[in-house]
Ligand binder design. Sequence first.
Ligand SMILES: NC(=O)c1ccc[n+]([C@@H]2O[C@H](COP(=O)([O-])OP(=O)(O)OC[C@H]3O[C@@H](n4cnc5c(N)ncnc54)[C@H](OP(=O)(O)O)[C@@H]3O)[C@@H](O)[C@H]2O)c1
Length: 300
Amino acid sequence: MPVPIALSTHGPQFSRLVAGVMTWGVWGHDLSARAIGKLIDTCLEVGITTFDHADIYGHYTTEAAFGAALRHRQGWRQQMQLISKCGIRLVCPQRPENTLKSYDLRKDYIIASAEQSLRNLGTDYLDLLLVHRPSPLMQADEVAAAIAQLKSQGKVLHFGVSNFTPSQFDYLHSVTPLVTNQVKASLLHFEPCFDGTFDQCLQHRIRPMAWSPLGGLFGRTDEAALRTADKLAEIGAYYDSPGADLLLLAWLLHHPAGILPVLGTTRPERLQAVVKALAIELTDEHWFALLEAARGREVA
Ligand SMILES: NC(=O)c1ccc[n+]([C@@H]2O[C@H](COP(=O)([O-])OP(=O)(O)OC[C@H]3O[C@@H](n4cnc5c(N)ncnc54)[C@H](OP(=O)(O)O)[C@@H]3O)[C@@H](O)[C@H]2O)c1
């Protein structure tokens, strides 16, 4: 069973692979409570104990679907860690007061959103709350005040951000400690390796999380994707051909920032298989060969 790892020197302790629930509800597979329960069981069985939510998933319905699947279980909360996100206002029937898609990082909105996530999930604390997207109107002191209140009440244990540039991260981190930056990252979206995002995590001794860790490879037919798929097959031969998805994860796991991939699959058999990616030890040469294939050119 994979051992939990610390996201920062002060925690939290998460599983190295995180289950993303974005498509478990009506934004994807619209799983029944029973199917959600089975998927959670599969995750826990293989040591994936951290679940990535956002208030908006399923137009504000997926947290509640997840919570409903666990309602009658004893002791479930101690077995897992829950992440949620806040700060995006979507226009949808569930939020008639939202008339325009926008960001809202005012103190009252952050607190109300986190408290709603707690009610939806049926828990009294989140292990981690993330600001989902940076807002150009963000005032760091206002966000910090919200987080201070949520933390003092024990409703949020740790705080972080998602999709922040390094300068946006610095601005907020200067007034409230951030334990992660969850960003889009994969072999097919390698920019965080070069734009300072991962360097900043190393500098602050925090771990980034990577959403879309497979880079959409399986649905793509563009040249970069085809080149990458060929190289994954070629290099996979050195590692007992584990499959492209496992090698894509191994590529992220090899980075010294200690990235936590957030997995999007809804298939139990894939969740069982991907854990084997943790045992693949890519060589630096293979890491660069894959990068070269994805970029279409060698490093300078
Ligand atoms: N912070 C943010 O702004 C943000 C944004 C987007 C997402 N996220 C988080 O990141 C999570 C994961 O994102 P993602 O869905 O883009 O992740 P992903 O793991 O890169 O992609 C998942 C998709 O790949 C398919 N897939 C997986 N393994 C496959 C294989 N071996 N062959 C063919 N298809 C395969 C899955 O289909 P099956 O289900 O059929 O396996 C699913 O459609 C989300 O659930 C959410 O929690 C965060």
